[in-house]
Ligand binder design. Structure first.
Ligand code: GDP
Length: 198
């Protein structure tokens, strides 16, 4: 997919106020600092489309970007940031669960995980919740440039194995990416293209 246009449309915390245009929507979510903003900028080839987090946990809103006038990229807040208060964690959880439960345009979510880390309970629980609610998702492993190819394979297989051991009958689709080296860009965009064409 060639990115001809990528425009910020709006930010808000209520699913009812999200754009009412009925375009397919792809959501990006993950722990704070996982590299989500960098990935969005890499995918869209726009350096500053998503704000990379100087202060993780700051962007607590649902951000809609319209891509090529025919789909929305949705940047969801990073979760699991320790410095966020209990109260704002609750509010956050509520509008994120509302978004996933109510947004009919949502076609697929990308759950980002840092390729260097062992499976984290917060990510596992979140993916389990998506599964239980019938919300399709893929995993995007980020920061692959930080590891050697053999370690990348080992970590990816270890991660997927842990998922299938614990809860899942089969592992989800996944992508290995690096925003600093533009790895995985074509794969993610081709996947979105192919789903849009279905
Ligand atoms: P967000 O909080 O998930 O939006 O994460 P950011 O995109 O702001 O990135 C968090 C930190 O990880 C920043 O210091 C980035 O420079 C770094 N980072 C993000 N993606 C990559 C990547 O692909 N490779 C490397 N080496 N660092 C990355």
């Amino acid at each position: 997919m060639k990115i001809k246009s990528a425009n910020f449309v709006m930010s808000n915390s209520e699913v009812s106020k999200c754009p009412n245009e009925y375009l397919p929507e792809y959501a990006f979510i993950g722990r704070s600092n996982v590299g989500k903003s960098s990935l969005i900028n890499m995918l869209t080839e726009r350096k500053h489309l998503a704000k990379t987090s100087g202060r993780p946990g700051k962007t607590q809103l649902i951000n809609h970007f319209k891509i090529n006038d025919n789909w929305f990229l949705v940047d969801l807040p990073g979760y699991g940031y320790a410095r966020v208060s209990k109260k704002s964690k609750k509010t956050f959880q509520k509008y994120i669960t509302n978004y996933f439960e109510q947004r009919e345009q949502l076609v697929c979510s990308f759950v980002l995980v840092d390729i260097r880390h062992e499976p984290q309970p917060i990510d596992m629980e979140f993916m389990q919740w998506l599964g239980e609610n019938g919300i399709p998702f893929c995993i995007i492993f980020t920061k692959a440039d930080k590891l050697k190819p053999a370690v990348i394979m080992k970590n990816v297989h270890g991660y997927l194995q842990k998922m299938t051991e614990d809860i899942w009958e089969e592992a989800p689709d996944y992508f290995v990416t690096s925003s600093s080296k533009a790895i995985g860009r074509d794969e993610v965009l081709s996947f979105i293209d192919s789903v849009n064409e279905e």
